[in-house]
Design a protein around this ligand. Structure first.
Ligand code: AMP
Length: 403
């Protein structure tokens, strides 16, 4: 069973073709710069061979035509026929309150997804474009939508509501939704599989630390809190996003810098986070080089702030869960940055969190336990794979349909 996974952004489409029978990634690539100069499709084959084809890719439908074309091309392809694709899974950023799980795409589902556009005006329209284009190109192939927000729909109301007039929730659906749900679900399940523990009986805290970063509290197999909110800007300090910020400071900045909402949005999304604090970079490798090799004080400050914020969230989620059994690190930073993991776990022994520093220092990018031998809390690194999760959901839903 071959499943094509698409992640359609405003000017790019990431794609991955899974062969779930062999658990192999048959093709992996991206269409870049859609509608812009220099548009091209990249393909990476399982044998490591890389292909780059330039072309005039003006819209998403053309981009998807290129993807299907390259996958079936005699020279580079991995498919004899498009009929080998049994289903397509789409990453969709926002499912609002309408979707608490992955769904088969129907006309009704598309209509409901259109109603969520106002909640993610930059992300949901290209996701929908991908679905509509695929429907035109392969009308008989079932499509499944997998939402970033769905996993967190189990949060209780007292965790997802904001302390603002209730009428604003009723009028505009303003509440906390959370994001990275597919990743939090994947790594929490995978951690339990790896530890040979029952997912439904564990109290788990998952730290997804990448350019975007969020943390989730999971118990009885469901998410009960997460750090991102109405938008992905709430919560942790990120590469370029501010994370939690006093709203009074935001209005003060607007008044004194004489800027409107659009500029404030750019400021808190693109110019803040560790980049804004350090003035060096949003990339942790460069940030750490500046901090440890050059003794750049603002880079050191940014790292201290980043890890302190995570530590505070872990503490609050331990309180929310009534304890913790498993702490998971994932994302580019969580999987690879040994120093950040050490800073986060430092001095948390009284909560049962004790890192094995030697093991931690050597562990990059692979599944492993990194706690001290007798520590109460298991600390694990799990490389995330959102696309695989999307492929599995797609497979499950399509199989259910067939039965
Ligand atoms: P992601 O958004 O999940 O791809 O994560 C990107 C972040 O991971 C960037 O800040 C990278 O600097 C960071 N990262 C990737 N590899 C490493 C590494 N070996 N050590 C430290 N940070 C890393």
């Amino acid at each position: 069973m071959k499943i094509l996974v698409l992640n359609c952004g405003s000017s790019s489409i990431k794609y991955k073709l899974f062969d779930l029978a062999t658990n192999e990634v048959a093709a992996n690539g991206v269409v870049d710069k859609i509608g812009l100069k220099g548009s091209a499709i990249k393909l990476e084959r399982p044998d490591g061979q890389k292909v780059l084809l330039e072309g005039e890719i003006l819209d998403h439908q053309t981009g998807i035509e290129y993807i299907l074309g390259v996958m079936t091309s005699e020279k580079h392809g991995c498919l004899k026929d498009l009929e080998e694709i049994s289903a397509v899974g789409h990453r969709v950023v926002h499912g609002g309150e309408k979707f608490n799980g992955s769904v088969l795409v129907t006309d009704e589902v598309v209509e409901m997804m259109e109603k969520c556009i106002s909640l993610a005006p930059l992300h949901n329209p290209p996701n929908l474009k991908g679905i509509e284009s695929m429907k035109e190109l392969l009308p008989d192939v079932p499509q499944v939508a997998v939402f970033d927000t769905a996993f967190h729909q189990t949060m209780p109301d007292y965790a997802y509501m904001y302390g603002i007039p209730y009428s604003l929730y009723q009028k505009y659906s303003i509440r906390r939704y959370g994001f990275h749900g597919t990743s939090h679900r994947f790594v929490s399940e995978k951690a339990c599989e790896f530890l040979n523990r029952d997912f439904k009986s564990q109290r788990i805290i998952t730290c997804h630390l990448g350019n975007g970063a969020s943390i989730a509290a999971i118990t009885n197999g469901v998410s009960v809190d997460t750090s991102m909110g109405f938008t992905p800007v709430e919560g942790l300090i990120m590469g370029t996003r501010a994370g939690d910020l006093d709203l009074g400071a935001a209005t003060y900045i607007m008044d004194n810098e004489h800027i409107g909402t659009a500029s404030l949005n750019t400021l808190i999304n693109k110019h803040s986070g560790v980049l804004g604090i350090s003035g060096v970079s949003s990339d942790f490798r460069e940030l750490e080089k500046a901090a440890y090799q050059d003794q750049n004080e603002r880079a050191i400050l940014a790292l201290n702030m980043f890890t302190y914020r995570i530590k505070k969230y872990i503490g609050s989620y331990i309180a929310a869960l009534g304890g913790v059994d498993v702490l998971v690190f994932t994302g580019g930073i969580g999987e690879n940055d040994t120093q950040v993991r050490a800073m986060i776990c430092d001095n948390m022994e009284y909560l049962g969190i004790k890192l094995n520093e030697e093991v931690n220092a050597k562990l990059r990018g692979k599944e492993a336990q990194i706690q001290e031998q007798n520590a109460k809390v298991k600390i694990v690194v799990i490389p995330t794979d959102e696309e695989l999760m999307i492929a599995r959901d797609t497979n499950d839903i399509v199989n259910e349909l067939a039965n």
